[in-house]
Design a protein around this ligand. Structure first.
Ligand code: GLA
Length: 372
């Protein structure tokens, strides 16, 4: 009898350990799986897991962050970036969901710019302007991905953009490193070199909803942006050139406020570049987004001078998030760290021209936590 008891308790403890270990099965590091094909190339999906068991998935197609799963204040897990589990929706070109954007994130007026003695013509894919790198920007190519160490949640993406691609000059070598830290910081480190002068403005176009579902509007999220000025735009969303003070306008996010508070006074919603207060190119905190329902908070750190705050004004329900909820107006938002829109045509804006011999280097970190 005693022997039977010991025997049963031994089996029970084995079962307990194995059940438990299934729950905590996530191993820190990177795993890779075949996802599908795009552009006649194999596409892989990389899963980055940190010591907390929080998980980011990134596709080699577009260098796209497809999900970032972290528990809310009640321990319920969901992805705070909106996206899809299958590549099919990505191949239908949802507007830059989670993707790396280049060569030039944001707009270039009249789809052209002058550099030296030459005028370069780009695809006019946004009214008269060129948007986010043209017809086949860095969001629609398959990146070459390597995993330096599978026990560290970090991957390196490379792409060589050929001289003349999408109308831009110079062979451009781009490297992007994504790293997930144990304290839930997702760092995106961009470097690039060129053999001819070229405009360059790299960013990531993740759509955030801290509740984890587009069922909930982002108008109830609270946002702080450390910017005393923004760049007003014309009817085609090209900056007028003015740096306008936010004080006394709906663009004042210097003190945290609900995104929905003043949005009705901004025709179409927010889709504007904020001139960050930071005075140098060091990595600094520039924005804090929070949501009291989920208890989640997202801090944005960057080396860049600008932040395009976009309230999903063109989302119309055509795409359906992984939880089955349609992505409608104002159900997700973007905080695209970058240089100012149309800089190649605006000499007063900080330069975006990368020259041969120089190394482009920018870092942005999105840091997720629970509100303290
Ligand atoms: C950026 C632009 C927006 C829109 C989205 C994609 O945020 O500023 O105007 O084009 O990309 O839909």
């Amino acid at each position: 009898m005693t022997r039977l008891f010991y025997c049963l308790s031994f089996i029970a403890s084995i079962l307990f350990i194995s059940c438990n270990s299934t729950e905590t099965a996530a191993t820190t590091g990177v795993t890779k799986k075949d996802w599908d094909e795009a552009d006649n190339q194999q596409v892989y999906l990389y899963t980055l897991t940190n010591k907390e068991g929080d998980v980011v998935t990134i596709s080699s197609y577009g260098g796209t962050i497809t999900s970032w799963v972290m528990p809310d204040k009640n321990g319920n897990k969901s992805s705070i970036v909106m996206g899809f589990d299958s590549i099919t929706q990505y191949l239908e070109h949802p507007p830059y969901f989670g993707a790396l954007v280049g060569r030039y994130g944001n707009r270039i007026a009249k789809a052209q710019f002058k550099l030296g003695d030459s005028v370069y013509h780009l695809a006019a894919n946004n009214g008269p302007n060129s948007l986010h790198g043209g017809l086949k920007g860095f969001d629609k190519i398959v990146w070459d991905v390597s995993v330096p160490d599978s026990t560290t949640p970090s991957i390196t993406l490379k792409y060589v953009s050929k001289d003349g691609e999408e109308g831009y000059p110079g062979n451009l070598n781009v490297t992007v490193v994504y790293t997930l830290s144990d304290d839930d910081g997702l760092k995106i480190d961009y470097t690039a070199t060129t053999d001819k002068p070229t405009p360059l403005n790299l960013t990531n176009h993740s759509y955030f909803n801290l509740t984890g579902s587009p069922k909930n509007s982002i108008l109830d999220h609270t946002l702080m942006i450390d910017a005393d000025a923004y760049t007003p735009v014309d009817s085609t969303l090209i900056p007028t050139g003015e740096l306008k003070a936010v004080k006394g306008t709906p663009f004042d996010f210097t003190t945290a406020k609900k995104i929905g508070r003043d949005i009705d006074s901004v025709p179409g919603g927010y889709d504007h570049n904020f001139v960050l207060n930071k005075k140098d190119t060091s990595l600094q905190k520039v924005a804090t987004l929070s949501d009291s329902v989920s208890g989640r908070q997202l801090d944005v750190y960057t080396t860049q001078p600008g932040l395009q705050f976009y309230t999903g004004n063109f989302l119309d329900g055509k795409f359906v998030n992984r939880d089955g909820s349609p992505l409608n107006l104002h159900t997700a938002l973007c905080m695209e760290t970058q240089h100012f829109p149309d800089s190649p045509n605006q000499p007063a804006f900080p330069s975006t021209i990368l020259k041969p011999g120089e190394v482009y280097h920018n870092v942005t970190e999105y840091k997720l936590s629970l509100i303290k």
